[in-house]
Design a binder for this molecule. Sequence first.
Ligand SMILES: [Mg+2]
Length: 347
Amino acid sequence: MFERPLLHADADCFFASVALRARPELQARPVAVVNHVIIASANYPARARGVRSGTLVQEALYQCPELVVLEVPHAEVEEVADALFEVFHRHARAVEPGSMEEAFLDVAAPDQSAARQAAQAIRAEVAAQLGIAVSVGVGRTKLIAKLASRAAKPDGLHVIAADQEARLRAELPIGQVWGIGPKTAARLRDLDVHRLLDLDRIPKNQLQSICGTGMARRLGQIRAGTDDAQVRPVQHRESLSAETSTSGYGRADHTPAELAETCLERVLRRAEKAGLVGTGITLTMQPSDQGSPLRRKQSDLTAGTERSGWRSTVSRLLRSEPLPPLSGLRVTLTGLMPADQVPQTLF
Ligand SMILES: [Mg+2]
């Protein structure tokens, strides 16, 4: 009994992997990318030496003096994330993003072997086209698929079949359930609850008083195998943005208009995929002298504006006043609404 398996696809140490595409000679060395002074992501050799994301660079260097530290290549990260989701959309009929680099996918696989094939195809395509590794888990519910992708790392594919699923649902450590904090876990431990199985002998009302009604219900569903198995595409977002910089790889000498055009294309494509339309646009421009960002916006556009309309709005905003030299630019589509809810009279 393995009905309608779904996939959880998650790029391995995403920011570090993107940064390493241009530096293949560093692959086998411990590498971390930083955002200001915090480690944003570390490759596996660095993790093996105790480097963890979220820690200070100084701490990481103390832990691992040979660590190579690179800056997060923000614009490139964003481009790769977009391309990653393009691959997901090509293979799936529904994509539910978890973050910019992970998603649940409904690939319409009738059985486990079809799901495995789709997972392999996605992994191969991402590796060939984007030069990064995406690990994929296959399972019957989102929780199981996510546990599978975790088991698949690094650079792997892992399928949790029905018999393993039953075992997992009994033996899953309670602290590994998302949303169970250390305090709740400690209170459950006091009652000798360590694994999901141990919940079977705790009266329902006692469980509710320890972790709240919502979590108690969720734990019951996980134990029974009736937890969430629905991949839900994102529909309600208020804004979407894309950014680029003049200093990125191969981007010298681009004019603000060209940068804006690139970002506009990207953000319109993302909105289209998500079934959304914008009614406003904001340009955020970073002067190259590190001064404060400049913002220009227009917020009362007609839902259903064509590409050409967006382009002329952008060029009007750019020309409204002289611009200093820029180091980066971001385009944000605002006031998003579902495309199928746009009143027909607006077109
Ligand atoms: Mg990841």
